[in-house]
Design a protein around this ligand. Sequence first.
Ligand code: GLY
Length: 355
Amino acid sequence: MINLTVNIKEKFKSYPIIINDNDIGNLKSEILNLLNDKNFVVVISEKVEKLYGKILGFEKKAKFILKDGESQKNLKNYEKILSFCLKKHLTRDDAIIAIGGGGVGDIAGFVAASYMRGINLIQVPTTLLACVDSSVGGKTAVNSTFGKNLIGSFYQPKAVFINTNFLQTLNERIFKTGLGEVVKYAFIEKSCDFSEDINLINFLEENYQNILACDTKILKLLVNYCLLLKISVVEKDETESNLRKILNLGHTYGHAIEKITKYKKFTHGECVVAGIIFAFDLAFKNNLIDKNYLFFMHDIIKKFNFKKIPDFDLKKVISVMKTDKKSSSEFIRFILPVGYAKVNEFEFNELLTIS
Ligand code: GLY
Protein backbone atom coordinates (compact mmCIF):
# COMPACT_ATOMS: atom_id res chain seq x y z
CA MET A 1 0.00 0.00 0.00
CA ILE A 2 1.18 3.53 -0.78
CA ASN A 3 -0.09 6.48 1.25
CA LEU A 4 0.29 10.00 -0.07
CA THR A 5 -0.97 13.28 1.38
CA VAL A 6 -2.04 16.45 -0.37
CA ASN A 7 -1.52 19.59 1.72
CA ILE A 8 -3.33 22.69 0.55
CA LYS A 9 -1.70 25.13 2.95
CA GLU A 10 -3.75 28.25 2.16
CA LYS A 11 -6.88 26.37 3.15
CA PHE A 12 -5.29 24.47 6.06
CA LYS A 13 -6.64 21.42 4.30
CA SER A 14 -5.02 18.06 3.68
CA TYR A 15 -6.28 14.74 2.44
CA PRO A 16 -4.96 11.23 1.95
CA ILE A 17 -4.53 9.27 -1.26
CA ILE A 18 -4.47 5.54 -0.64
CA ILE A 19 -3.05 3.42 -3.47
CA ASN A 20 -3.39 -0.35 -3.15
CA ASP A 21 -4.36 -3.52 -4.98
CA ASN A 22 -6.44 -5.03 -2.16
CA ASP A 23 -9.51 -7.14 -2.88
CA ILE A 24 -12.12 -4.76 -4.35
CA GLY A 25 -14.62 -6.34 -1.95
CA ASN A 26 -12.82 -4.52 0.91
CA LEU A 27 -13.15 -1.06 -0.63
CA LYS A 28 -16.57 -0.26 0.83
CA SER A 29 -15.40 -0.86 4.41
CA GLU A 30 -12.14 1.08 3.75
CA ILE A 31 -14.25 4.07 2.66
CA LEU A 32 -16.92 3.75 5.35
CA ASN A 33 -14.25 3.55 8.07
CA LEU A 34 -13.03 6.95 6.96
CA LEU A 35 -16.58 8.32 6.76
CA ASN A 36 -17.41 7.30 10.31
CA ASP A 37 -21.09 6.38 9.84
CA LYS A 38 -21.94 9.42 7.74
CA ASN A 39 -24.80 9.14 5.30
CA PHE A 40 -23.70 8.98 1.66
CA VAL A 41 -24.68 8.76 -1.99
CA VAL A 42 -22.60 6.79 -4.50
CA VAL A 43 -22.33 8.16 -8.03
CA ILE A 44 -21.04 5.26 -10.11
CA SER A 45 -20.23 4.73 -13.78
CA GLU A 46 -22.60 2.33 -15.52
CA LYS A 47 -19.68 0.21 -16.78
CA VAL A 48 -18.12 -0.03 -13.32
CA GLU A 49 -21.51 -0.90 -11.83
CA LYS A 50 -21.91 -3.75 -14.36
CA LEU A 51 -18.44 -5.13 -13.69
CA TYR A 52 -18.02 -4.47 -9.98
CA GLY A 53 -21.42 -3.41 -8.54
CA LYS A 54 -21.99 -6.71 -6.72
CA ILE A 55 -18.51 -7.05 -5.28
CA LEU A 56 -18.45 -3.40 -4.20
CA GLY A 57 -21.61 -4.09 -2.23
CA PHE A 58 -23.20 -0.63 -2.01
CA GLU A 59 -26.98 -0.74 -1.61
CA LYS A 60 -29.00 -0.11 -4.77
CA LYS A 61 -30.98 2.71 -3.17
CA ALA A 62 -27.79 4.66 -2.35
CA LYS A 63 -26.51 4.52 -5.95
CA PHE A 64 -26.93 6.97 -8.79
CA ILE A 65 -25.76 5.12 -11.90
CA LEU A 66 -24.34 7.45 -14.54
CA LYS A 67 -24.06 6.39 -18.18
CA ASP A 68 -20.53 6.57 -19.55
CA GLY A 69 -19.18 9.13 -21.97
CA GLU A 70 -18.18 12.79 -22.01
CA SER A 71 -21.69 13.83 -23.10
CA GLN A 72 -23.10 12.63 -19.74
CA LYS A 73 -21.15 15.33 -17.91
CA ASN A 74 -23.97 17.80 -18.49
CA LEU A 75 -26.16 20.19 -16.51
CA LYS A 76 -29.19 17.88 -16.78
CA ASN A 77 -27.38 15.04 -15.04
CA TYR A 78 -25.87 17.51 -12.55
CA GLU A 79 -29.39 18.51 -11.54
CA LYS A 80 -30.55 14.87 -11.43
CA ILE A 81 -27.72 13.94 -9.05
CA LEU A 82 -28.46 16.99 -6.87
CA SER A 83 -32.13 15.97 -6.65
CA PHE A 84 -31.10 12.40 -5.81
CA CYS A 85 -29.00 13.73 -2.91
CA LEU A 86 -31.86 15.95 -1.74
CA LYS A 87 -34.27 13.00 -1.82
CA LYS A 88 -31.79 11.02 0.29
CA HIS A 89 -31.75 13.90 2.77
CA LEU A 90 -27.97 14.26 2.67
CA THR A 91 -26.83 16.94 5.11
CA ARG A 92 -23.68 19.04 4.98
CA ASP A 93 -21.88 16.45 7.14
CA ASP A 94 -22.58 13.63 4.71
CA ALA A 95 -20.68 12.49 1.63
CA ILE A 96 -20.73 11.79 -2.07
CA ILE A 97 -18.62 8.85 -3.24
CA ALA A 98 -17.63 9.10 -6.91
CA ILE A 99 -16.68 5.75 -8.46
CA GLY A 100 -15.60 5.81 -12.10
CA GLY A 101 -13.46 7.62 -14.64
CA GLY A 102 -12.74 11.32 -14.98
CA GLY A 103 -16.28 12.17 -16.13
CA VAL A 104 -17.91 10.68 -13.03
CA GLY A 105 -15.32 12.33 -10.75
CA ASP A 106 -15.84 15.71 -12.41
CA ILE A 107 -19.64 15.82 -12.27
CA ALA A 108 -19.98 14.17 -8.84
CA GLY A 109 -17.24 16.51 -7.63
CA PHE A 110 -19.16 19.54 -8.85
CA VAL A 111 -22.33 18.30 -7.16
CA ALA A 112 -20.33 17.86 -3.93
CA ALA A 113 -18.88 21.36 -4.30
CA SER A 114 -22.29 22.99 -4.67
CA TYR A 115 -24.67 20.78 -2.64
CA MET A 116 -25.49 22.88 0.44
CA ARG A 117 -22.38 24.91 -0.44
CA GLY A 118 -20.10 21.90 -0.06
CA ILE A 119 -20.31 18.32 1.17
CA ASN A 120 -17.63 15.65 1.70
CA LEU A 121 -16.34 14.08 -1.50
CA ILE A 122 -14.58 10.73 -1.82
CA GLN A 123 -12.95 10.00 -5.16
CA VAL A 124 -12.56 6.39 -6.30
CA PRO A 125 -10.97 6.61 -9.76
CA THR A 126 -11.30 3.47 -11.87
CA THR A 127 -9.51 4.52 -15.07
CA LEU A 128 -5.79 5.22 -15.49
CA LEU A 129 -6.52 8.83 -16.47
CA ALA A 130 -8.56 9.42 -13.34
CA CYS A 131 -5.94 7.66 -11.15
CA VAL A 132 -2.95 9.65 -12.40
CA ASP A 133 -4.63 12.99 -12.95
CA SER A 134 -8.27 13.99 -12.60
CA SER A 135 -9.17 12.50 -9.18
CA VAL A 136 -6.49 14.56 -7.43
CA GLY A 137 -6.22 18.34 -7.26
CA GLY A 138 -9.84 19.39 -6.95
CA LYS A 139 -10.88 20.30 -10.47
CA THR A 140 -14.61 19.61 -10.81
CA ALA A 141 -16.84 20.54 -13.73
CA VAL A 142 -19.65 19.91 -16.15
CA ASN A 143 -19.76 20.76 -19.85
CA SER A 144 -22.05 23.33 -21.44
CA THR A 145 -23.17 23.64 -25.04
CA PHE A 146 -20.44 26.31 -25.30
CA GLY A 147 -17.65 23.90 -24.45
CA LYS A 148 -15.97 21.44 -22.14
CA ASN A 149 -15.54 22.04 -18.38
CA LEU A 150 -16.84 25.61 -18.63
CA ILE A 151 -18.92 25.33 -15.44
CA GLY A 152 -17.06 24.11 -12.38
CA SER A 153 -15.00 24.83 -9.31
CA PHE A 154 -11.87 23.91 -7.43
CA TYR A 155 -13.08 21.60 -4.69
CA GLN A 156 -10.71 19.19 -2.97
CA PRO A 157 -11.91 15.69 -2.00
CA LYS A 158 -11.78 14.38 1.55
CA ALA A 159 -9.87 11.30 0.36
CA VAL A 160 -8.90 9.45 -2.82
CA PHE A 161 -8.96 5.64 -2.89
CA ILE A 162 -7.04 4.13 -5.79
CA ASN A 163 -7.33 0.38 -6.31
CA THR A 164 -5.22 -0.66 -9.31
CA ASN A 165 -7.26 -3.84 -9.79
CA PHE A 166 -9.87 -1.71 -11.58
CA LEU A 167 -7.29 -1.01 -14.30
CA GLN A 168 -7.12 -4.69 -15.28
CA THR A 169 -10.51 -4.60 -17.00
CA LEU A 170 -10.07 -1.35 -18.97
CA ASN A 171 -10.15 -1.73 -22.71
CA GLU A 172 -6.91 -0.86 -24.49
CA ARG A 173 -8.13 2.48 -25.80
CA ILE A 174 -9.35 3.72 -22.41
CA PHE A 175 -6.13 2.49 -20.77
CA LYS A 176 -4.05 4.35 -23.35
CA THR A 177 -5.95 7.60 -22.92
CA GLY A 178 -4.53 7.56 -19.38
CA LEU A 179 -1.07 6.88 -20.76
CA GLY A 180 -1.35 10.15 -22.71
CA GLU A 181 -1.47 12.01 -19.36
CA VAL A 182 1.32 9.82 -17.98
CA VAL A 183 3.60 10.83 -20.87
CA LYS A 184 2.68 14.47 -20.15
CA TYR A 185 3.93 14.08 -16.55
CA ALA A 186 7.20 12.61 -17.83
CA PHE A 187 7.86 15.63 -20.07
CA ILE A 188 7.08 18.20 -17.34
CA GLU A 189 8.77 16.50 -14.37
CA LYS A 190 11.61 18.95 -13.78
CA SER A 191 9.25 21.92 -13.79
CA CYS A 192 6.99 20.36 -11.12
CA ASP A 193 9.27 21.57 -8.31
CA PHE A 194 9.27 18.13 -6.66
CA SER A 195 12.08 17.58 -4.17
CA GLU A 196 13.26 14.24 -5.59
CA ASP A 197 14.44 13.11 -9.00
CA ILE A 198 11.98 10.46 -10.21
CA ASN A 199 13.14 10.46 -13.83
CA LEU A 200 9.76 9.34 -15.11
CA ILE A 201 11.00 9.43 -18.71
CA ASN A 202 13.57 6.79 -17.78
CA PHE A 203 10.94 4.74 -15.93
CA LEU A 204 8.72 4.77 -19.03
CA GLU A 205 11.62 3.74 -21.29
CA GLU A 206 12.57 0.85 -19.02
CA ASN A 207 9.06 -0.36 -18.16
CA TYR A 208 6.85 0.37 -21.15
CA GLN A 209 6.27 -3.31 -21.90
CA ASN A 210 5.18 -4.04 -18.31
CA ILE A 211 3.01 -0.94 -18.32
CA LEU A 212 1.29 -2.04 -21.52
CA ALA A 213 0.85 -5.51 -20.01
CA CYS A 214 -0.89 -3.88 -16.98
CA ASP A 215 1.62 -5.27 -14.48
CA THR A 216 0.03 -4.37 -11.11
CA LYS A 217 3.32 -3.63 -9.30
CA ILE A 218 4.53 -1.36 -12.08
CA LEU A 219 1.15 0.38 -12.38
CA LYS A 220 1.15 1.15 -8.65
CA LEU A 221 4.59 2.75 -9.01
CA LEU A 222 3.51 4.62 -12.12
CA VAL A 223 0.41 6.07 -10.44
CA ASN A 224 2.52 6.96 -7.39
CA TYR A 225 5.14 8.80 -9.50
CA CYS A 226 2.59 10.81 -11.50
CA LEU A 227 0.72 11.77 -8.33
CA LEU A 228 3.89 12.83 -6.50
CA LEU A 229 4.43 15.30 -9.36
CA LYS A 230 0.80 16.41 -9.44
CA ILE A 231 0.69 16.89 -5.66
CA SER A 232 3.86 18.96 -5.77
CA VAL A 233 2.26 21.28 -8.34
CA VAL A 234 -1.24 21.48 -6.79
CA GLU A 235 0.11 22.19 -3.30
CA LYS A 236 1.89 25.26 -4.65
CA ASP A 237 -0.88 26.52 -6.91
CA GLU A 238 -4.32 25.06 -6.27
CA THR A 239 -6.22 27.39 -8.60
CA GLU A 240 -3.95 27.38 -11.66
CA SER A 241 -2.82 30.98 -11.40
CA ASN A 242 0.78 30.03 -12.00
CA LEU A 243 2.67 26.73 -11.70
CA ARG A 244 -0.38 24.49 -12.27
CA LYS A 245 -0.57 25.76 -15.86
CA ILE A 246 2.28 23.37 -16.74
CA LEU A 247 -0.20 20.48 -16.36
CA ASN A 248 -1.71 21.76 -19.60
CA LEU A 249 1.18 20.56 -21.79
CA GLY A 250 -0.48 19.23 -24.96
CA HIS A 251 -3.91 20.48 -23.89
CA THR A 252 -4.30 23.73 -25.90
CA TYR A 253 -4.01 21.86 -29.20
CA GLY A 254 -5.56 18.69 -27.76
CA HIS A 255 -8.72 20.44 -26.56
CA ALA A 256 -9.11 22.12 -29.97
CA ILE A 257 -9.01 18.73 -31.73
CA GLU A 258 -11.52 17.31 -29.25
CA LYS A 259 -13.83 20.26 -29.91
CA ILE A 260 -13.49 20.12 -33.71
CA THR A 261 -14.28 16.40 -33.68
CA LYS A 262 -17.18 16.97 -31.24
CA TYR A 263 -15.59 14.85 -28.48
CA LYS A 264 -16.61 11.74 -30.40
CA LYS A 265 -13.79 10.68 -32.69
CA PHE A 266 -10.74 10.65 -30.44
CA THR A 267 -10.17 10.16 -26.72
CA HIS A 268 -8.82 12.95 -24.51
CA GLY A 269 -5.47 11.16 -24.14
CA GLU A 270 -5.10 10.65 -27.90
CA CYS A 271 -5.67 14.39 -28.38
CA VAL A 272 -3.21 15.25 -25.58
CA VAL A 273 -0.54 13.12 -27.26
CA ALA A 274 -1.20 14.96 -30.56
CA GLY A 275 -0.94 18.19 -28.54
CA ILE A 276 2.40 17.16 -27.04
CA ILE A 277 3.76 16.44 -30.53
CA PHE A 278 2.44 19.83 -31.72
CA ALA A 279 4.04 21.57 -28.71
CA PHE A 280 7.42 19.94 -29.37
CA ASP A 281 7.28 20.94 -33.08
CA LEU A 282 6.40 24.51 -32.13
CA ALA A 283 9.22 24.58 -29.57
CA PHE A 284 11.70 23.22 -32.12
CA LYS A 285 10.65 25.79 -34.74
CA ASN A 286 11.24 28.52 -32.15
CA ASN A 287 14.67 27.16 -31.12
CA LEU A 288 13.49 26.27 -27.62
CA ILE A 289 14.65 22.66 -27.96
CA ASP A 290 17.11 20.86 -30.27
CA LYS A 291 16.44 18.14 -32.82
CA ASN A 292 17.74 15.36 -30.55
CA TYR A 293 15.14 16.11 -27.89
CA LEU A 294 12.42 16.29 -30.55
CA PHE A 295 13.40 12.82 -31.86
CA PHE A 296 13.70 11.53 -28.29
CA MET A 297 10.09 12.59 -27.58
CA HIS A 298 8.92 10.78 -30.73
CA ASP A 299 10.77 7.62 -29.61
CA ILE A 300 9.05 7.60 -26.22
CA ILE A 301 5.61 8.20 -27.76
CA LYS A 302 6.19 5.47 -30.36
CA LYS A 303 6.77 2.90 -27.62
CA PHE A 304 3.14 3.23 -26.51
CA ASN A 305 1.71 2.96 -30.01
CA PHE A 306 -0.95 5.65 -29.53
CA LYS A 307 -3.73 6.01 -32.10
CA LYS A 308 -2.55 8.51 -34.72
CA ILE A 309 -4.51 11.72 -35.14
CA PRO A 310 -4.50 13.14 -38.68
CA ASP A 311 -3.38 16.73 -39.32
CA PHE A 312 -6.21 19.25 -39.15
CA ASP A 313 -6.46 22.54 -41.03
CA LEU A 314 -4.19 24.75 -38.91
CA LYS A 315 -6.27 27.89 -39.48
CA LYS A 316 -9.32 26.16 -38.08
CA VAL A 317 -7.37 24.75 -35.13
CA ILE A 318 -5.94 28.20 -34.36
CA SER A 319 -9.38 29.80 -34.36
CA VAL A 320 -10.61 27.15 -31.91
CA MET A 321 -7.47 27.46 -29.74
CA LYS A 322 -8.22 31.17 -29.37
CA THR A 323 -11.44 30.25 -27.55
CA ASP A 324 -9.58 28.01 -25.08
CA LYS A 325 -9.97 28.92 -21.35
CA LYS A 326 -6.21 29.42 -21.20
CA SER A 327 -6.04 31.84 -24.14
CA SER A 328 -7.25 35.41 -24.60
CA SER A 329 -8.72 37.14 -27.63
CA GLU A 330 -5.20 38.31 -28.55
CA PHE A 331 -2.97 35.44 -27.51
CA ILE A 332 -2.90 31.68 -27.61
CA ARG A 333 -1.05 30.30 -24.61
CA PHE A 334 0.98 27.12 -24.89
CA ILE A 335 3.07 25.16 -22.45
CA LEU A 336 6.18 24.25 -24.45
CA PRO A 337 9.25 22.13 -23.74
CA VAL A 338 12.44 24.08 -23.12
CA GLY A 339 14.80 21.24 -22.13
CA TYR A 340 14.85 17.69 -20.77
CA ALA A 341 11.53 17.26 -18.88
CA LYS A 342 11.27 21.05 -18.51
CA VAL A 343 8.49 23.32 -19.77
CA ASN A 344 7.46 26.97 -19.73
CA GLU A 345 4.44 29.01 -20.76
CA PHE A 346 4.59 31.09 -23.98
CA GLU A 347 2.14 33.43 -25.68
CA PHE A 348 1.70 33.31 -29.43
CA ASN A 349 -0.27 35.48 -31.79
CA GLU A 350 -2.55 33.98 -34.39
CA LEU A 351 0.32 33.44 -36.85
CA LEU A 352 1.88 31.26 -34.16
CA THR A 353 4.77 33.68 -33.66
CA ILE A 354 5.94 34.25 -30.07
CA SER A 355 4.55 37.58 -28.83
N1 GLY B 1 -5.72 17.99 -15.25
C1 GLY B 1 -4.90 19.11 -15.02
C2 GLY B 1 -5.09 19.71 -13.67
O1 GLY B 1 -5.60 19.07 -12.77
O2 GLY B 1 -4.72 20.85 -13.49
